[in-house]
Design a protein around this ligand. Structure first.
Ligand code: F6P
Length: 358
């Protein structure tokens, strides 16, 4: 009998249930009745506190299109994972204990960068783990794409589309803040797909005067409305000169709720036009996975099941050059995949006159 645990950890996104389903159906196909699947509740927290239950094949039916995660999720920051907590819980020892108690052959872990680091730590501790790359941010090293990303691009694009019509009617400047944490993948795709006039990414620090010049140029040519797609992690040229620590402090002292409000205030001193901000926030992580993500999750899940059959552990299932393949966790854990500033999308955007504020 094979025993496989599954957990989802970190911020949720579209496609988690589709990926869980892919793993489970793949396992039942390979092992028939000779496999038991344990669903671990709320990510690593459930593994630490022993909250899990045996799942039945029926639990994985009808969930392909379902948003969120049926297992629940939580954040257990990697940087404190080895810290004994106030109740004297040794989190790593507790996770190992429950893995052993469930008598698992493998633990399948769905999550983003932080989750991946803990998965790698569990690998170092001798557990058989397989990681599936989930995040709307698309910032996981070693895979061309993460699941959740395309669904979030659809939503963020739809936001920009809707903002376009109202911005045009009123002749206003709109600044749309797009998620993505420290990278600009989501903003870049949604900005291009939504026809933004200015796209600001963490990878390309902006000069507010250049942004204002672009907007003024549009006004002067008779276009009163403009759309700015701004990554939540966007930084100015001045901020780019700060150390990581200084930037963190500067942002902690921020009197604006987020970057777009500061940009709006700075632009309002330079441009004589109405400016509004729009922050779609967690909307971007909600709802059903798009068709692309459903296919991706099914492929990643099926490949994970195959790896379990072949006893290939300690890996992330990545999408590399169009193929789902196992990638060693030690090669990718802790690395961030940022947008290359000379990538084709950025070049094409510049070629059609989109400004990156630099
Ligand atoms: O990593 C996914 C993400 O949605 C980021 O884009 C965003 O910065 C962050 O999570 C928000 O985290 P939380 O859900 O904890 O507010």
């Amino acid at each position: 009998m094979k025993r496989v645990g599954i957990l989802t950890s970190g911020g949720d996104c579209q496609g988690l249930n589709a990926a869980i389903r892919g793993v489970a159906k793949g396992l039942y196909e390979q092992f028939g009745k000779d496999v038991e699947i344990y669903g671990i509740k709320d990510g690593y927290t459930g593994l630490i506190f022993g909250e899990y239950k045996k799942m039945e094949p029926g639990d994985f039916s009808g969930i392909l299109t379902l948003g969120g995660t049926l297992l629940g999720t939580s954040r257990q920051p990697f940087k404190t994972i080895r810290v004994i907590d106030e109740n004297n819980v040794d989190k790593v020892a507790a996770m190992k204990k429950h893995y052993k108690k469930m008598d698992l052959d493998c633990l399948v872990i769905l999550g983003g960068n932080g989750t991946q680091k803990t998965a790698n730590l569990l690998r170092e501790e001798g557990l058989n783990v397989i990681h599936l790359p989930k995040t709307i941010d698309n910032d996981i090293w070693g895979t061309d794409i993460t699941f959740g990303f395309h669904s979030a691009v659809e939503i963020a694009t739809n936001v920009i589309d809707c903002i376009h019509t109202t911005a045009t009617s009123h002749g206003r400047i709109f600044i749309v803040e797009v998620m993505g944490h420290k990278v600009g993948w989501l903003t870049l795709s949604a900005g291009i797909a939504g026809g933004a006039d200015v796209i600001l990414l963490p990878e390309i620090p902006y000069d507010i005067n250049k942004v204002a010049k672009t907007l003024q140029g549009r006004i002067d040519s008779g276009k009163k409305f403009s759309i700015l797609a701004v990554a939540e992690g966007a930084i100015s040229k001045e901020e780019a000169k700060l150390s990581k620590k200084e930037l963190k402090k500067a942002r902690a002292d921020f009197r604006h709720p987020s970057i777009v409000y500061r940009i709006a205030e700075e632009l309002s001193d330079k441009i004589d036009n109405e400016i509004r901000v729009c922050v779609p926030g967690h909307f971007q992580r909600g709802g059903s996975p798009c068709a692309y993500d459903r296919v991706l999750c099914t492929r990643l899940g099926a490949t994970a099941a195959k790896c379990i059959k072949d006893k290939v552990f300690g890996v992330m299932i990545g999408m590399v050059n169009g193929k789902t393949v196992p990638v060693p966790l030690q090669d990718v854990a802790g690395k961030l995949k940022a947008v290359p500033v000379d990538c084709d999308e950025i070049k094409a955007a510049r070629q059609i006159g989109i400004s990156f504020g630099d």
